[in-house]
Design a protein around this ligand. Structure first.
Ligand code: PMP
Length: 448
């Protein structure tokens, strides 16, 4: 593989950008990331002209792949050429807000912002403002963007900032608990219930292995927050409009949170975030309420048009059948390969998300047998039946070193682009084909 141009670009980038990148994860691949020239359906062409099957898909936003259907392209180009933005409202913002409110159970009103991070920052401020309380419960291994209230590690007794630059005095208001552990969250509510403004949770952990909630866990969060006058926030930045189709993961699980954060797909490939929820809660945002929230680019017309046309296209075409069908094909094929070649590893995912995690020594956990909803592990024939990760501790057993040293590079040599971090989900798009899946399975087989 010829990487000359990527290497030269990276050298230039290193002298003007920290780590040569604008988002930390992109530099995870050693010795340097490849640069992309352009996309093509389910593929990307790198700066040196090599074609790769792209399962990263912009880290999730590109439900339709790189070739946007004609109506989506036309709306983006028309909107960009007419403005591109004004600092005063436009009709397309209302159209997208109405679309989301129509399809997502928890959303009566919504505020659009510019990233998933901005959405979770604003959601946390909102629940603090609405309840007059300070503490936020988060899940160990969850990710909510690069923000002060959630870059916190440890446990509820000893929370600590996970990044330099965050005062301990901020981190002490965040209570991390293990996902899927009902006793742990119950304990935190027993101790701090009156101070907890909200629980912030990805309904499926998607940044750390793809971990499904066990039966009853999300129900427990719903009940505990209701009981204690706290608010439940689902972070659907990844699962929104991907898991459970247009109803999002909350419709799949039948749990309605008070607040939902969105990002990624809702902006059709342009910078976006959103905070939706019950009208009386969302109205705590200024100007109706006293929780300040504002942004020059919020509700950007090009983003709104891209999001609206993407979701409308998905509503009117076989997008979810296509991507979820390929998801089954991919997870099923991977399950067979692992059974044969790497029985200690695990296939995880659902709908159009998938991942192989290099987790060893994971015996069936007592009481959790068969509860995983992630494809292969529902199948009693699967040698891994009964085991799949249930929280960050389980996922942590993955072999980071092998992934970095061998796996990612070997997959890339065979023309397959996987996510740069071994814990993050990979995504299937409408641009992918059955042939892409078969070629990817061959590459996994060879590499494993
Ligand atoms: N929440 C979740 C669940 C995410 O996965 C991410 C990013 N992957 C974010 C929030 C932050 O979104 P952004 O990177 O757009 O700021």
């Amino acid at each position: 593989m010829n990487d000359e141009r990527s290497r030269a670009l990276y050298d230039r980038a290193l002298s003007v950008m920290p780590g040569g990148v604008n988002s930390a994860v992109r530099a995870a691949i050693e010795p340097y990331p490849f640069f992309v020239q352009k996309g093509d359906a389910g593929h990307v062409i790198d700066a040196d002209g090599d074609r790769l099957i792209d399962w990263v898909m912009g880290l999730g936003p590109l439900l339709l792949g790189h070739d946007l259907p004609e109506p989506v392209q036309a709306a983006i180009q028309r909107t960009a050429s007419e403005g591109p933005m004004y600092g005063t409202p436009t009709e397309v913002e209302v159209d997208l807000a109405e679309f989301v409110a129509r399809h997502v159970p928890s959303v009566e009103k919504i505020r659009f912002v510019n990233s998933g991070t901005e959405a979770t920052v604003s959601a946390v401020r909102l629940v603090r403002g609405a309840t007059g309380r300070n503490k936020i419960v988060i899940m160990q291994g969850g990710y909510h963007g690069a923000q002060e209230s959630t870059l916190v590690e440890g446990d509820a007794d000893t929370p600590a900032p996970s990044s330099a630059g965050i005062p301990h005095d901020f981190a002490k208001h965040t209570l991390p608990v293990p996902f899927n552990d009902e006793a742990a969250v119950q304990e935190v509510f027993d101790e701090h219930g009156d101070d907890i403004a909200g629980v912030l949770v990805e309904p499926i952990l998607a940044n750390y292995g793809i971990v499904h909630p066990v039966d009853g866990y999300l129900e427990t969060l719903r009940e505990l927050t209701d009981e204690h006058g706290s608010l439940l926030i689902f972070d659907e930045v990844i699962t929104g409009f991907r898991v459970g189709g247009l109803g999002c993961a909350q419709s799949r699980f039948g749990i309605t949170p008070d607040i939902t954060t969105f990002g990624k797909i809702i902006g059709g490939g342009f910078p976006v975030g959103a905070i939706g929820g019950r009208a009386d809660l969302i109205e705590h945002f200024a100007p109706t309420g006293d929780v300040f929230q504002a942004g020059t680019f919020s509700g950007h017309p090009v983003t709104m048009a891209a999001g609206l046309e993407t979701l409308t296209f998905a509503a009117e075409n076989d997008v979810y059948d296509h991507v979820n069908g390929l998801g089954e094909q991919l997870r099923g094929g991977l399950t067979d390969i692992l059974a044969d070649q790497a029985p200690n590893y695990t296939v995880v995912g659902t709908d159009s998300m998938f991942k192989v995690i290099f987790t060893r020594d994971g015996p069936a956990r007592e009481g959790l047998e068969g509860q995983c909803e992630a494809g292969c592990t529902q199948n009693p024939e699967c040698p891994r039946f009964g085991f799949c990760p249930k929280n960050a501790g389980d996922v942590k057993r993955a072999e980071t070193e092998r992934w970095r040293r061998i796996f990612w590079g070997k997959m890339r040599e065979q023309g397959v682009f996987l996510s740069q971090n071994q814990f993050e989900s990979q995504f299937i798009s409408y641009g992918h084909t059955s042939e892409d899946v078969e070629r990817t399975l061959e590459a996994y087989k060879h590499t494993l």
